[in-house]
Design a protein around this ligand. Structure first.
Ligand code: NAD
Length: 556
C-alpha cells in the first residue's frame, strides 16, 4: 500500500475536536519529517511512531472518532483500547518500552521487538512530539556557545568543530555550528543522510575527500567564516586520520547512533549494505564489530582531548559502549548536560516547543514577534529567536524551539491560546517539550550523570512528572524507557497540549505548563542545586526542604 507522508493544512476538522485533531496532525508530522517513515522510524535508529501499520491505522481511526471524555491507551506503539474518563482527562495515555529492572536488557528488547510485544518510542517519536532536526538545535547551539564563552570568547568564529552523524538529531549539528559561527566538519557514512541535510538547508556543502573537507574547513577558519561541510565516510576512520595528520580541532564530539550496536552504529571496515544484511543474519558479529570500531572512535576522541581539544559526549552512549570495550578512561570525556547545561536545567529551563497545527508558517512568525517584544530584556531568548528565524528552515509543520523555564512557558502558552481565540493566528498551536527536560528524565549516562546527591539512577522523578501532568489535564502523557542499546539506561516522560483558544485550554495550559516545570525545579532542589533554591524563592514554589540526612526521621 502506498503511503503519503504529508502534513495536513488549514482548519477543517477530521476529528471530534481540536485536542484529537492536534494529536493526529502531530502523528502525521513525525512521519513526514522522520528518517524512514515507510518503516515508521522517526529518528535515533529505532525510534518508532507506532508499533506497526495496523497499530498506526487503528490509532488514526480512533483519534478521528473519540470524543472528549474518552481516552486512548497506547502500549509500546500499539493501541490497546479506549476508556471512559471525563472531559478534562488526557486524550491519549502511553507507556512505551518499559521493561522490569532485571529484564531491561538490549537482548530482551530485540527478542520482544521481534515477537512484536514492544517497540521503542525514542523520546519524541512514539509520542508524536518530534519536529525534525530543529528539536535539538538550540541545545547543541547552547553547548557550542558555553564552550565559546569558557574558551574562545563570544562565539566560535575561526574555530574548527569535528563531529559525526547527520541523522534525525545529529543533523542539527552543522546548522547549530554555523549559528555559533564555527567551521564544522560532519562525518556521515550514509550518503542519503548528507543529501537530506543539504536539501532541508541544515548543511552547506559536501566534500568528496578528506583533503577537500579539511581545505574547505581551513579556508573558512582562516577567514572566520561560518561553514558546515559533510564528508561521506566512517567516523572511526576519519577521526583517526585527522589525528594522525597532527591536526587538533578546537571542539570534538559525535552523534552517530552509537547507543545501538546493531541498528544504529556502522562499524569501520563494513559497508552499509553488509551491515543491513548482518542486522538480520549476524547480529552478534555486528555488535562485536561495532564495539571494536567504537573503541577506535573514542580512542581518537581521547587523543584529541589530550592534545587540547574540548571534547564532549553528545548523548549517544558512545563512552559507555567504549568502556564495555575496555576503554577504561572513556569517561574522561564529560557529558554535555553536566559540563554545560545543568545550571539551566536546575531552573527548569529546557527545550520547549510549539507547532502551528494549521501548517501556516506565519503563525510561528507572529509568536516569534510576541516573544521578541515580551522578552525584550532577556538577551538569551531574543538572541535565540532572532537567530532561529534567520537560520532554521521549516521542516514538516512549522515549529519553533526555545529554551524557556518556569513561568515563562505558562506565560507563552496562555498568550498563544489568546491569540488563537482572537483569530490572530490561523489555527490552534500544540505545545510540547523534549523528554530531556529538568523533571522528565533519569539517565545516569546522559541527563543525570554525577548528580550532586548521587541520585543519578533514581527513576521516581520522571514517573512523578508524568503523574503530575496527567493530574494537570495535559492532552497527552507518555512514560518511556530505553530500547535497543538504551535498554535499562533511561526512563523519561513526555507531555503535549493543544492550545485551541478555549477557556478549557487556558486551564489545561496554565496547570500543566506550570506544574511540569515545578517538578523540574523540585527535582534539582532535592539534589541540592542552588539555582533551584533561588528559583523556588523567587517564584513562590511550594517545595519542602526536609533534612532527611540525619536518618533518624520522625518514626513510623
Ligand atoms: P539516527 O539514527 O537518525 O542517525 C545516526 C546517524 O549516524 C545515521 O545517519 C548513521 O548513518 C550515522 N552513523 C552511524 N555510524 C556511523 C559511523 N561509524 N560513522 C559515520 N556515521 C555513522 O540518530 P539521531 O536521531 O541523529 O541520534 C543520534 C544519537 O544521538 C543517538 O544515539 C541518539 O539517541 C542521540 N541523541 C542525543 C540527543 C541529545 O540531546 N544530545 C538527542 C537526541 C538523540
Amino acid at each position: 500500500m502506498h503511503r503519503d507522508f504529508t502534513v495536513t493544512s488549514g482548519t477543517t476538522l477530521r476529528c471530534k475536536g481540536w485536542r484529537q485533531e492536534g494529536l493526529l496532525r502531530l502523528l502525521e508530522n513525525v512521519l513526514a519529517v522522520g528518517e524512514d517513515p515507510d518503516n515508521l522510524i522517526v529518528y535515533a535508529a529505532l525510534g518508532r511512531a507506532a508499533r506497526d501499520w495496523p497499530s498506526h491505522d487503528r490509532i488514526v481511526e480512533t483519534l478521528k472518532t473519540i470524543e472528549d471524555g474518552e481516552t486512548l491507551i497506547v502500549q509500546s506503539g500499539k493501541p490497546i483500547g479506549v476508556v471512559r474518563t471525563h472531559p478534562k482527562a488526557p486524550v491519549v495515555l502511553m507507556a512505551n518500552c518499559n521493561m522490569v529492572g532485571q529484564w531491561a536488557k538490549a537482548e530482551n528488547f530485540y527478542r520482544w521487538q521481534d515477537d512484536n510485544l514492544i517497540c521503542w518510542g525514542g523520546l519524541t517519536a512514539g509520542d508524536w512530539q518530534y519536529i525534525g532536526s530543529q528539536g535539538v538545535i538550540q541545545g547543541t547551539y547552547e553547548i557550542f556557545m558555553r564552550i565559546a564563552e569558557q574558551n574562545f570568547g563570544d562565539n566560535l568564529a575561526g574555530r574548527f568543530v569535528l563531529t559525526a552523524g547527520l541523522g534525525g538529531m545529529g543533523g542539527a549539528q552543522p546548522l547549530a555550528g554555523v549559528m555559533a559561527r564555527a567551521a564544522i566538519l560532519c562525518v556521515e557514512i550514509d550518503p542519503k543522510r548528507i543529501e537530506k541535510r543539504i536539501e532541508v538547508g541544515y548543511l552547506d556543502k559536501q566534500a568528496e575527500t578528506l583533503d577537500e573537507a579539511l581545505a574547505l574547513i581551513e579556508e573558512a577558519r582562516a577567514n572566520k567564516e561560518p561553514l558546515s561541510v559533510g564528508l561521506c565516510a566512517n567516523a572511526a576512520d576519519i577521526f583517526e586520520q585527522i589525528r594522525q595528520r597532527g591536526i587538533v580541532p578546537d571542539i570534538v564530539t559525535d552523534q552517530t547512533s552509537a547507543h545501538d550496536l546493531i541498528y544504529g552504529y556502522v562499524p569501520a571496515d563494513y559497508d552499509l549494505e553488509t551491515v543491513r544484511r548482518m542486522r538480520r543474519e549476524a547480529p552478534d558479529e555486528l555488535m562485536a564489530a561495532s564495539t571494536r570500531s567504537i573503541v577506535r572512535h573514542v580512542g581518537a576522541m581521547l587523543a584529541f582531548q589530550k592534545a587540547g581539544a574540548v571534547v564532549f559526549d553528545n548523548g549517544n552512549l558512545i563512552r559507555t559502549q567504549a568502556k564495555e570495550g575496555s576503554v577504561d578512561n572513556a569517561f574522561d570525556i564529560p557529558i554535555f548536560t553536566e559540563a554545560f547545561l545543568r545550571p539551566l536545567f536546575a531552573r527548569a529551563i529546557g527545550p520547549f516547543r510549539w507547532i502551528a497545527l494549521s501548517n501556516d508558517p506565519d503563525d510561528i512568525r507572529k509568536i516569534d514577534d510576541w516573544l521578541l517584544d515580551e522578552f525584550k530584556d532577556d538577551a538569551g531568548v531574543t538572541r535565540w529567536i532572532e537567530l532561529a528565524r534567520k537560520h532554521v528552515p521549516v521542516e514538516g509543520m512549522p515549529a519553533r524551539i526555545a529554551w524557556l523555564g518556569h513561568g515563562d512557558r505558562t506565560k507563552l502558552g496562555l498568550a498563544v491560546n489568546r491569540m488563537v481565540r482572537d483569530g490572530v493566528l490561523a489555527g490552534p498551536v500544540a505545545f510540547t517539550r523534549d523528554h530531556l527536560d529538568a523533571g522528565a528524565m533519569a539517565h545516569p549516562n546522559i541527563m543525570t550523570e554525577n548528580m550532586r546527591d548521587g541520585s543519578d539512577a533514581i527513576a521516581d522523578w520522571p514517573l512523578l512528572n508524568a503523574l503530575v501532568n496527567c493530574a494537570s489535564q495535559a492532552d497527552l502523557v507518555a512514560i518511556h524507557s530505553g530500547g535497543g542499546g538504551y535498554s535499562g539506561y533511561m526512563t523519561s516522560s513526555g507531555v503535549t497540549l493543544v492550545a485551541d483558544g478555549s477557556a478549557a485550554a487556558d486551564e489545561r495550559l496554565e496547570m500543566t505548563l506550570t506544574n511540569d516545570t515545578t517538578t523540574g525545579v523540585m527535582r534539582y532542589a532535592d539534589a541540592g542545586y542552588e539555582e533551584s533554591f533561588d528559583e523556588i524563592a523567587r517564584k513562590d514554589i511550594r517545595h519542602f526542604r526536609l533534612d532527611t540526612t540525619g536518618k533518624g526521621g520522625s518514626g513510623a
